[in-house]
Design a binder for this molecule. Structure first.
Ligand SMILES: *[C@@H]1O[C@H](CO)[C@@H](O)[C@H](O)[C@H]1NC(C)=O
Length: 246
């Protein structure tokens, strides 16, 4: 291979890796657990789950993008579910996203008692245990942009400053436990961030969840042009381009 061919192949490879991380890895991101087809009451669990998810589909767009609930008989395994649309998403986009999430999670996790799925605009989860009001430490999706910033030390400080401020705002001051904002970087660049919790959490737990996620971001996406943690109870994201509707 000539050196120019090699260089262009390397370039393509890099481009491919970039595309994969920036736009190629399409949502949704999902996980299933507790596969339990054999359990005697799986059928009734599944029936309850279908009814629960369809009612959450109705509720979430009508309730400013958040709904949770449980369904089933007391002595049987019963599903607990939650859906959350990103705070800036319109009720029609929320409805469409939750419908996709429901269809997709039932397809991807046909025999699971626990499922979690996240899109840009919404996330959905269900389990057979009551999780309301508790910080979810299990469901976590991590994403980052492979591109490095040129001055990581300052960039990381600014990212943390913005996200911590948004975490505090989402926890204590925002009606929907959602906050988005921006910060000037040098030149004419800007940093954009978002923080959100599920509204079953207390303010203190929301901040705890977000601070935990910001700490995780520091570990895996420090010095990267973008990063996000999407969890079952909270989500944070930063980018160097605007990604939420004002
Ligand atoms: C970013 O920096 C890391 C560590 O210095 C390096 O391994 C990686 O290849 C860089 N990524 C790009 C896309 O330049």
């Amino acid at each position: 291979m000539s050196s120019s061919r090699l260089i262009s192949s390397l370039y393509l490879l890099t481009l491919f890796l970039l595309l994969q991380n920036v736009i190629g890895v399409e949502p949704p991101y999902s996980s299933c657990s507790g596969n339990d087809k054999s359990t005697a009451n799986y059928g009734s669990y599944k029936t309850s789950l279908n009814v629960l998810l369809s009612s959450l589909n109705q509720l979430a767009p009508a309730m400013e993008g958040f709904a949770l609930g449980s369904l089933g008989q007391k002595n049987l395994d019963r599903p607990y579910g939650l859906v959350l649309c990103r705070g800036d998403v319109s009720s029609s986009d929320c409805r469409a996203c939750v419908a996709d999430a429901t269809r997709e999670i039932l397809k991807r996790c046909p025999y699971s008692k626990q499922g979690f799925i996240a899109y840009d605009n919404c996330a959905l989860k269900y389990t057979n245990k009551d999780f309301f009001g508790q910080i979810d430490t299990q469901n976590r999706i991590y994403l980052y942009n492979v591109r490095n910033v040129s001055n990581p030390v300052i960039f990381n400080q600014k990212t943390e400053a913005l996200l911590s401020q948004l975490a505090n705002k989402a926890s204590y001051k925002a009606r929907k436990m959602y906050a988005a904002g921006e910060l000037d970087l040098e030149g004419r660049k800007k940093l954009y961030g978002m923080a959100q919790c599920t509204r079953d959490l207390s303010s203190g737990d929301c901040e705890k969840c977000l601070d935990g996620a910001i700490g995780e971001l520091r570990g895996f996406s420090g010095g990267k042009e973008g990063g996000r943690v999407i969890g079952g109870s909270c989500a944070v994201r930063y980018e160097i381009y605007p990604f939420v509707k004002a």
